[in-house]
Every structure is written in C-alpha cells, then in structure tokens.
Write a protein that binds this ligand. Structure first.
Ligand code: RB5
Length: 145
C-alpha cells in the first residue's frame, strides 16, 4: 500500500509525525508530495499533486494537511474522481470510507492535536467501502464531473 501525503508550510512537522506513524504502524510506503520548508507555500499545489498521484495510481490513497485541512481538501476535490473528506473526528473519517469511498483524507494541524489525527488516520485507513446502495450516489457524483 502506498500513501501520498501533502501539506503546506504550517504543517511540516505535523506531516512528518503522521508519515512516521503510518510507516511504523502499518508498514506502508508514505510518499511525500508536500513542502518540507516553513517558507510560505500555496496549498493548492500540494493538494493537486497528491490528488493526481491517486488518480494516476502512483499511490493508493492520499492524506492532506494544512492549517484547517479545508483549502488543501477543496483543492484535491477539484480533480475528477477524487473524493476527499475534510474532517476533525474519527466517525466522519470511518463513514466517509464506508459510504463515500473517499480516496483522500484531509485535516488541519491548527484544528486537531496529533493524537486525534492518528485516530482519524486509523479509522480511515482500516475501513472498507460498503458499496451496494451507496454506489448509485457515487455514480451521480461522477456524472457531475
Ligand atoms: C495558511 O495560512 C492557511 O490558510 C492554510 O494552512 C489553510 O488553513 C487553508 O485552508
């Protein structure tokens, strides 16, 4: 399993902690598409890079982090066939996998502490899409693209 990770300048250290957590706990390859500098970095570039890597199959899923998770998540959702959940608690992360088959997760380094972020990552990485009645709704979303 390969995970693409992206961030802006406000989430450099936080990104590194999440990257290490996933590598150590799951043994997944976490590929960095974000900045490692605290110089101002415009988050759409990183959101786009991770989203395109997911769509091209370079990585299986993506994780994005900016101050709120909002800007970078909105950016990812502009890429067709990306379904990015922006969330601050594990319940939405889990349900977004079961019902929405989200392929990108976004959260904010200024919003949630690192331990809560790890719980969110755990739910999101380990929950499967349920398909069935949910697929018609995802097809309707695809039709809008
Ligand atoms: C950067 O100041 C901040 O706007 C960004 O990290 C993010 O919160 C945007 O959604």
């Amino acid at each position: 399993m390969k995970i693409g990770i992206g961030n802006d300048h406000v989430a450099v250290d936080y990104k590194e902690q999440i990257k290490q957590y996933i590598e150590e706990k799951y043994g997944y390859d976490v590929i960095n598409f974000g900045t490692d500098s605290v110089e101002r970095f415009n988050y759409p570039a990183s959101g786009k890079a991770v989203a395109e890597a997911v769509i091209k199959g370079v990585v299986d899923k993506g994780i994005l982090i900016c101050g709120t998770g909002v800007g970078i998540g909105i950016s990812a959702n502009k890429v067709p066939r990306i379904r990015c959940v922006i969330c601050s608690e594990p319940y939405s992360a889990k349900l977004s996998r079961q019902h929405n088959d989200t392929n990108v997760l976004s959260f904010g380094s200024r919003v949630i502490g690192i331990e809560l972020a790890k719980m969110i990552v755990d739910e999101w990485l380990t929950t499967e899409y349920e398909g069935g009645r949910h697929q018609v709704r995802l097809d309707m979303i695809s039709d809008m693209e």
